[in-house]
Design a protein around this ligand. Structure first.
Ligand SMILES: Cc1ncc(COP(=O)(O)O)c(C=O)c1O
Length: 423
């Protein structure tokens, strides 16, 4: 459980009472707080799930780009999955070496490709190619820079929608999604990459979607990936170093989740063994499963509102701070940060943003509305998707380790936003 309560009923993140942070004059609500120790412990446990098999866990940093988190995970030996040149810069600045970085994305810019090819002695671990068209573009950039590009072919396994146990907006492994080379074009992709002296085919990869709550689609995709690798090897490809089975490991947002990250790893390990590909490195790219549960968004109640049969708690965090509920009907648990023993009732929790979708849903909360709440499981796709819509500030981010705040990232203020609107 990412949060707990102390003997007095105060909500703790790690061992720090969130009330203590709310009352601290150095920062103001809303703010994100992350438990660095729990993130590191979770990453260690995921790492152990691979046993002795050669593997690399690349954090999908789109889930969380905070330097203190990336530095801690980098020290542990994790790599990064990035999707832009800016994310690539953040990953390397956090000390993650290029050979532990994979780069996905359907439309990498020329400058971004150049940067990835040019890093270190031999560029990043792999540029993950998402289409036949991209092969020619990366080849051209490799020629222009005079360096071979290390590439992986991202496969779209063309899964039936039923096998993608997730919300439509975050399902990527089906034919209508813009991601990856369609399974029918993979042979041609391998031929084109193999024919280019400027491209070095070092891997195959997939990422079929996020917040997967069953492993069936993942297993089918892993089997396909291994089959494709075997075919490539049989066809004379001797440069393969890894197979990357993406991320998407679902977490429990409060309504239960029957799979664990270890279940996904077990699927991969089994497929590699079954197909005798144990000499290749297993790469995975989870984001949410590493950081999601260990971050909270803390907000104060601004006021309540009762009208007819509706009643709202209006907090000072909005959809600009955490957009997942508005974007794909995600539900986060919301709990008071202080002790509460009295009666409870159903409150709709909303933010101050001028949009009807600025709505965190109905929650059973104390009848006497709490003065501050924590929105749980907000460590992934929380701050990274935040905006300054309505001229709002970006929230501060606090990092907790060993019972203390060890780092703070200051959000951009409303005043800075206002100044930025003029030349
Ligand atoms: C290519 C790629 N890899 C990994 C991930 C991480 O997904 P998750 O955070 O669900 O593990 C994503 C998320 O969208 C992605 O697009």
């Amino acid at each position: 459980m990412p949060v707990s309560r102390d003997a007095k009923g105060q909500l703790l993140l790690g061992t720090v009472p969130l009330r203590q942070l709310v009352d601290d004059a150095r920062w103001t609500t809303p703010f994100y707080a992350y438990d660095l120790d729990a993130i590191v412990a979770g990453a260690r446990s995921l790492d152990r799930a691979f046993g002795r098999a050669p593997h690399l866990v690349c954090l999908a940093i789109k889930a969380n780009t905070a330097g203190p988190i990336l530095e801690a995970l980098g020290r542990l030996g994790l790599g990064a999955d990035v999707v832009s040149g800016a994310e690539l810069s953040v990953a390397t600045r956090a000390g993650i070496p290029p050979e532990r970085i994979v780069y996905s994305g359907v439309a990498k810019l020329d400058a971004e490709i150049d940067k990835a090819i040019g890093l270190g002695n031999r560029g990043i671990l792999a540029l993950q190619l998402e289409s036949l068209e991209e092969i020619a573009r990366v080849e051209a950039r490799a020629k222009a820079s005079g360096r071979t590009a290390r590439v992986s072919i991202r496969i779209n396994p063309s899964l039936k929608r039923e096998l993608l146990s997730t919300h439509d907006h975050i399902a990527t492994g089906h034919d209508e999604a813009k991601f990856g080379v369609p399974r029918d074009d993979v042979r041609e992709a391998v031929r084109r990459v193999g024919a280019s002296p400027m491209l070095n085919l070092v891997g195959f990869n997939f990422h079929i979607g996020s917040q997967l709550t069953e492993v069936d689609g993942y297993r089918e995709s892993a089997a396909l990936l291994c089959q494709i690798a075997q075919d490539a090897i049989a066809g004379g490809c001797n440069s393969l170093e890894f197979l990357d089975t993406g991320g998407g490991f679902g977490i429990d947002y409060g309504s239960g989740c029957s799979v664990t990250p270890d279940d996904f790893v077990a699927v991969v390990v089994r497929e590699f063994e079954r197909t005798n590909l144990g000499h290749l490195t297993m790469v995975v790219e989870p984001g949410r499963a590493i950081v999601g549960a260990h971050g909270v968004l803390v907000a104060r109640t601004v006021q309540t509102k009762v009208a007819g049969h509706c009643q709202w708690i209006i907090i000072d965090a909005g959809m600009n701070d955490l957009i997942r509920p508005a974007l794909y009907q995600a539900r986060h648990r919301i709990v008071p940060i202080d002790d509460h023993n009295g009666p409870t009732e159903s409150w709709v929790v909303v933010g101050p943003v001028c949009e009807s979708s600025d709505d965190f849903g109905a929650h059973e909360l104390p009848s006497k509305a709490p003065s501050a709440v924590a929105i749980l499981d907000a460590g992934a796709y929380g701050f990274t998707m935040a905006s300054q819509y309505n001229g709002r500030a970006l929230p501060d981010e606090l990092f907790i380790s060993n019972g203390a705040v060890v780092a703070v990232l200051r959000g951009r203020t409303s005043a800075e936003w206002a100044a930025s609107r003029f030349a």
